[in-house]
Design a protein around this ligand. Structure first.
Ligand SMILES: Cc1cc2nc3c(=O)[nH]c(=O)nc-3n(C[C@H](O)[C@H](O)[C@H](O)COP(=O)(O)O)c2cc1C
Length: 399
């Protein structure tokens, strides 16, 4: 869907990860350092395993950008795996590298291992997990960063943050996006980035760190809930005219496709199912000073598969990491023996990192929807269409 699209490639312990993005208008300022800032955020967060200490993710822009500006041609990005030096003898493409070293035959419950091996007829589970691994999400973050650069020019901001880890929740913030508006976006971002778990609530952050440490001690893992917000969106991105144009569905698909994400809500989400109609919707008001306005944002910024001009609120549930240091029961696929599942170097909790990935996924879908509505081979055309639409909306809302 849409003219903006991307593909990624790369194995977790291969030489590198790559992405190709097509459809970014010409004339956008794009700097590797902005992408790198997001890559560093993805690597962080309390609860990560040893791998993230090895990797120092940096993106190299291989094409589509000249002198810091996009050309309108495909943008290709390269993120090298530092760990490749330790794996070239196992993961190389040449036939001589075929080896049973680091072979895995004990599938981890909750991971892609078992179904992937049955689907692709792999005898070594490594052939599955190398691509199923969330290492791939580094490229999604890099792509999302390009989308964010485009959105930023239009005044659209996207942020992801951690609402809960295990049973520890922020008590006051919830998804009250108005409150964030009052705090101010810059201060809000600073709060998120200065928390070891990307949670803007200091007290909850401390408890989240403690609960992660306790899980690590027990050889266990944790999941949590992430919120992604976006501001500055005009009404009318996405559409009601066909199922695959609805922005709610497209956002849900993009976020749900992140490994370990098991639930996505827009606005009130599941809670709306137990509300009455009179307390589930956002009534429409008019005043001569502001025109048409809402007092609530229970819809989370989407009605009829389109943005409605309110801030976007997407809530995301992440399950606990499937690789446990105290492994779950499994079966050895070679011997049929009941065994403990395989153990790979692994995170205890990656909810903070997933908040950066979810932010990237939302940013990409929003940028795609923007380009669908306004098209534009170059940024000037896009900005013109964007401004005209806002002028129309403002005029109509003021009646
Ligand atoms: C940022 C991030 C880091 C992850 N790190 C690990 C990890 O270290 N070990 C692990 O077993 N799973 C990890 N996962 C989760 C698995 O990739 C995921 O559960 C697996 O691919 C199966 O997909 P599914 O959970 O969506 O069914 C991570 C996920 C994310 C988003």
């Amino acid at each position: 869907m849409g003219s903006l699209r991307f593909l990624t490639a790369g194995e977790s312990h291969g030489p590198a990860l790559t992405a190709i993005i097509e459809g970014v208008p010409a004339g956008l300022t794009l700097l590797a350092e902005d992408i790198n800032h997001d890559l560093v955020r993805r690597q962080g967060g309390h609860g990560r395993g040893g791998r993230m200490k090895i990797e120092k993710d940096r993106a190299t822009i291989l094409s589509g950008v000249r002198g810091g500006q996009t050309l309108g041609s495909p943008i290709s990005l390269l993120i090298q795996n530092q760990d490749w030096d330790n794996w070239s003898g196992v993961m190389g493409a040449e036939p001589e590298t075929r080896t049973d070293e680091r072979r895995l035959t004990r599938p981890r419950p909750g991971h892609a291992d078992l179904s992937g091996s049955l689907k692709y007829h792999h005898q070594d589970l490594r052939n599955v997990l190398e691509r199923a691994s969330a290492r791939e999400t580094a490229t999604r973050v890099a792509v999302g960063s390009v989308a964010r650069s485009l959105l930023a020019v239009l005044g659209v901001e996207v942020t992801g943050w951690v609402e809960s880890i295990g049973t520890v929740r922020t008590d006051s913030l919830g998804y009250d996006v108005e409150q964030i508006g009052e705090i101010g976006l810059e201060k809000w971002r600073h709060r998120i980035e200065s928390s070891p778990v990307y949670c803007p609530d200091e007290k909850a952050s401390t408890e989240m760190v403690e609960t992660i440490d306790a899980a690590r001690k027990d050889g266990d893992t944790l999941g949590g809930v992430i919120v992604v917000n976006a501001w500055g969106l005009p009404p009318g991105l996405g559409s009601y005219v066909h199922w695959d144009r609805r922005l709610d569905g497209r956002l849900a698909a993009a976020v749900m496709s992140i490994p370990a994400i098991k639930g996505v809500e827009i606005g009130l989400g599941f809670a709306s199912a137990s509300e009455k109609g009179s307390s589930a919707h956002d009534e429409i008001f008019y005043s001569s000073s502001v025109g048409i306005y809402r007092q609530t944002n229970r819809a989370g910024g989407l009605e009829g598969g389109m943005t409605n001009g309110q801030p976007l609120v997407v809530r995301v549930a992440m399950k606990p990491i499937p690789t446990l240091m105290s492994p779950l029961r499994s079966v050895d696929l070679e011997t049929g023996e009941e065994v403990k599942a395989g153990v790979e170097r692994s995170d205890v909790c990656a909810v903070p990192a997933a908040s950066v990935i979810a932010e990237a996924a939302v940013a990409f879908v929003l940028a795609q929807a923007v380009l669908e509505k306004f098209s534009g081979d170059n940024l000037n055309e896009l900005m013109r269409g964007w401004r005209e639409h806002w002028e129309y909306v403002e005029k109509k809302r003021g009646l």
